[in-house]
Design a protein. Sequence first.
Length: 261
Amino acid sequence: MTLTATPSQDAYQVCTVEWHRPLQWLGKAWADIERCPSIGAAHGAALALFGAALLYFSRDHFWWLAGALSSFMLVAPLLACGLYEVSRQLSQGRTPGWSDALRVWVSGDRRLMGLGLLLGLSCVGWVLASAALIYRVMPSTIVTPTDFVRRVVLQSELGLFELWLGLGGLLAAPMFASVVIAIPMLLDRPVSLWSAVHTSWRVVAHNPAAMAFWSSLLTLFTLLGIGSALLGLLGVVPLLAHASWYAYRDLVRHDTEMSAP
């Protein structure tokens, strides 16, 4: 692992890790789950219920459903902030409790609120952009999920589904780069929202292989959690949340840590 210097006023350095390092983050996350299983399971259950409500109310309207799924995948890391605090306490040799996890939610941190607003606007942008693409190409209207499957997914000669997926990836990549490190960093340090987002981009720029692998794992586990009638989220949410904390700790070093013997 190597260190890359950043401007002195930021008081931290970005690390470069091997492409397979995300597997170690998952291993550490599993150890945290074993030490605090109930807090992780409660977060997973809460997100599963939240996802179920979104799916229920949008089940017959494709664009609402697309918005619900995209917002769920983008906002879920923010909703798991309590688990970042649990991992932070464990890494410091403490025994976290429910009060530690809940303290994040009652802190009223405006930086986290601002990041949540940014994520919400990104979801709206994705739904509008994808709707504009499909309405531009398709002669008929897409209303229900069945319409989308029949007229977009199964219309292979148009290549519309592949283009739609490509657009989604194009819009998701900068959001991933903006928040992959930013959320746990905001929880851990009194830095500005811009500084946290800038750090996140620097991490991705210096670790393209590891971050590509990590984003693939995040997507795979999230889809497995959603595809298992949301029941898999009980384990997926704490696993990915704890691992995200260790990703941050592995990729960012602060001055006090670098000067320690």
